[in-house]
Design a protein around this ligand. Structure first.
Ligand code: DGY
Length: 332
């Protein structure tokens, strides 16, 4: 008998077909978003789950599903998973790093540029039929080239954004991170390490790429926004909750910073109503990794992880990108 797995959301048909070679697959072609109870019920009897970052996997889920052995996220972020609880239950967790780095960095850069150059705001103006004449200060924004790019969180995606800024746009790049990068990595990214306060005060364009954790909750709130330049922009492609959206909406309304670009939100897909009411923010529905090629690569890697984690395929027992490898049995 094949092991049973749940694919929590609709994914590419050939990925499901590949999983079916090894598993008894319950998929979700209707792309229903399961309630917690429904998710727990559907996981019943399953040994693995192909998750997408939207499903919370915590002690309650694990305790109700003792057969579960693998949680494979189709996302690099894994704040939806209680990794410590999974480890305690002997459940291996995996994510999808690397394959989305450049795509996500492209998007972060695009969102930053859209905010700085007021692209969405001016497009809405045009569509409303309000463009009647040229004016000297119509939608004047801030330059990207030659400006100071500040990056909070300097993992793979932060470094890819830094490279774009330093080498593509001649920006001065500064970053703040839990730990400082090696000098050779800093040099390759063209980035200099600074304290958080300097980052806030000196950045013309601040991009947030730090993973969500209780420690990064509201890392950018009213106290941080007040330190930024009134001409600065803020872009968040990390996770909702890293930025205090209510405080940001207030800062944007009061023009305490110039503009923002947000792809992630606290409590998404609900967006804070105050953000919807301010014009100087570009809002996108968590699509930073959404290119056809990258979503395919993410799904393929999540499937590779699930297949290997449950003991099949060429790297049986060794999923390529584990989060808690200590759960895996040592190789002989
Ligand atoms: C990730 O991979 O964590 C992204 O946010 C999902 O698109």
């Amino acid at each position: 008998m094949k092991p049973a797995v749940l694919v929590a959301r609709a994914v590419q048909a050939d990925v499901i077909a590949r999983l079916r070679e090894h598993f008894d697959v319950e998929d979700n072609p209707g792309d229903e978003v399961f309630s917690k109870d429904e998710f727990i019920a559907r996981l019943h009897g399953k040994q693995g789950v192909f998750a997408t970052g939207s499903e919370r996997i915590d002690e309650a889920v694990l305790a109700a599903n003792p057969l579960l052995r693998a949680v494979c996220n189709m996302a690099v972020g894994y704040n939806n998973i209680d990794v410590a609880a999974c480890t305690a239950h002997g459940v291996v967790c995996t994510n999808t790093p690397d394959v989305l780095t450049e795509t996500t960095a492209d998007f972060g850069f695009a969102l930053m540029m859209a905010a700085a150059r007021r692209i969405a705001e001016s497009e809405h103006f045009l569509r409303r039929g309000e463009w009647k004449k040229w004016s000297v200060d119509m939608f004047t924004g801030g330059d990207i080239h030659g400006a100071t790019l500040g990056i909070l969180g300097m993992g793979r995606i932060g470094q890819a954004i830094a490279r774009r800024g330093a080498h593509g746009f001649g920006m001065r790049v500064i970053y703040h991170n839990r730990s400082r990068l090696e000098a050779s990595v800093e040099q390759a990214c063209g980035a200099a390490y600074v304290g958080k306060q300097e980052l806030l005060q000196q950045a013309d364009h601040l991009v947030i790429v730090v993973p969500y954790s209780p420690a990064s909750h509201h890392a950018i709130g009213a106290a941080e926004l007040v330190q930024m330049k009134p001409t600065a922009t803020l872009t968040n492609i990390a996770r909702g909750g890293v930025v205090d959206d209510a405080a940001l909406a207030k800062a944007l309304r009061e023009k305490r910073i110039a503009a923002a670009g947000l792809d992630v939100f606290e409590g998404e897909p609900t967006v804070h109503p105050d953000l919807l009411g301010v014009p100087n923010v570009v809002l996108t529905p968590h699509i930073a990794s959404a290119t056809v090629a990258t979503r395919r690569a993410m799904a393929d890697l999540a499937a590779d992880n699930l297949i290997a984690a449950l003991g099949f395929g060429p790297s049986a027992g060794r999923p390529p990108t584990p989060i808690n490898p200590e759960v895996l049995r040592p190789t002989a």
